[in-house]
Design a protein around this ligand. Structure first.
Ligand SMILES: [Zn+2]
Length: 401
């Protein structure tokens, strides 16, 4: 059996640039920075949650601190793993590397504490390294206090910032950092990574199951690993994790099933669409997850239509699909507040299905008897969507009250 939660993500946490999966551009930029000894005072890593920002920050700290077996090695993109510095980092005991979570320590006093400690020389390594996670959470006065040190930091000080919300960081701070984006990890890279880790844990994750986990995690390695960990409890007698078990665990259904639901909706087969949803629900599907799957599948369909060419004029033209997309977006607000999300799901599918019966949604709404629903040129899309939704008063989560 496998070890408790978090063990997998800790156990397989990358320790070197070579171990970082799906961040090739970032890795090559950092390598060139380190190998050419052109190291800025402050680094900023940004990207979605769980994509590896803190992991990269720690690897970078390791690269900056390694002194090699001979104690003489300069900064390196390939830390030795055996010097006193590398060993101290592995044990989370390096006295010169300090990690802060700005989400819990946002005030100016917390930053002053950091600034005061920059005065003292490092004990073990060549740099004092301050890793500040979720740095966008710092207060305005904390940023101002930090700015002075960032302008003229002591030679032995390096800052490594990580954030999910770069737009919240003042321009004055950003301009003093070397900024590195972390992309969501690609499907293929993440899928291979999960299959490999499952193998090392003595189980087989089949391709379908890996795909389902990747889709659900949206490119976040941490989320994917946590789902893998949960899935391991579902492996069969032969230690195989099948997509069916993962889908059941997530309350989801196979993407081929969602595609066939869309085919019914786009053919305006309302009754059949509802019957399909009912069968999904009987199989244990979660209405909120189904809704998300419907959105994802429509997005893929729109992208496919764009790639196929924009010239079509039928109920699945790009314009029509984009209106359906808007309906899903608007209804998702109702879904969030609903006591019975399956009602909103069903109502939305009815709207989508009926709306799909029109060759040209825009014209249909403009030719409506009621002049009030004629969309204005300024905000046509919204007006068309509102007028569609107004035609179905029951759809707007009245069950919330
Ligand atoms: Zn070392």
């Amino acid at each position: 059996m496998f070890d408790p939660y978090l063990v997998i993500s800790r156990k397989y946490r990358p320790k070197s640039m070579d171990d970082l999966k799906g961040q090739d551009l970032l890795v090559s930029s950092l390598r060139s920075c380190l190998d050419n000894k052109k190291v800025p005072h402050a680094f900023l890593f940004h990207g979605i949650r769980g994509v590896g920002k803190t992991t990269v920050a720690r690897i970078l700290a390791r690269c900056l601190s390694c002194v090699g077996q001979d104690n003489l090695t300069d900064i390196t993109s390939q830390p030795c793993g055996v010097c006193r510095s590398c060993i101290a980092i592995d044990r989370d005991q390096h006295m010169d590397i300090m990690e802060f979570d700005a989400a819990s320590r946002t005030g100016v006093d917390d930053i002053r504490e950091i600034i005061d400690s920059t005065q003292y020389a490092p004990v073990l390594g060549r740099y004092k390294i301050f890793i500040i996670d979720e740095v966008h959470m710092l207060s305005k006065s904390a940023f101002n206090a930090l700015l002075k040190t960032l302008e003229e930091p002591p030679q032995h000080v390096k800052f490594i910032f990580a954030t999910t919300e770069m737009h919240k960081i003042p321009e004055t701070v950003l301009s003093r950092c070397m900024v590195f984006p972390l992309r969501p990890v690609s499907f293929d890279a993440l899928s291979n990574y999960l299959i490999d880790i499952a193998k090392r844990e003595g189980t087989t994750l089949d391709d379908g199951a890996a795909r389902v986990i990747c889709e659900e995690s949206g490119g976040s390695v941490r989320d994917a690993l946590s789902l893998l960990e949960q899935s391991m409890m579902l492996s069969d007698d032969d230690n195989i994790i099948a997509s069916k078990s993962v889908l059941e665990m997530l309350g989801s259904v196979a993407s081929s099933e969602i595609e066939s639901l869309w085919n019914l909706i786009l053919s305006s087969k309302t009754k059949e669409s509802l019957a399909k949803i009912e069968s999904f629900m009987k199989g244990g599907a979660d209405p909120t997850i189904l809704y998300k799957s419907l959105q994802n599948a429509l997005y893929k369909l729109i992208v496919k239509r764009v790639n196929d060419g924009v010239g079509r004029h039928d109920n699945t033209s790009i314009t029509n699909l984009l209106y359906l997309w808007q309906i899903l977006l608007k209804q998702s607000e109702n879904l969030k507040n609903a006591h019975f999300p399956e009602y909103v799901l069903n109502a939305t599918v009815i709207i989508l299905s009926i709306t799909s019966s029109f060759q040209n949604i825009e014209e249909m709404m403009i030719n409506n008897d009621n002049p009030n629903v004629i969309p204005s040129k300024s905000d046509k899309t919204n007006e068309v969507i509102d007028s569609i939704l107004n035609k179905f008063p029951g759809s707007v989560a009245s069950e919330v009250e």
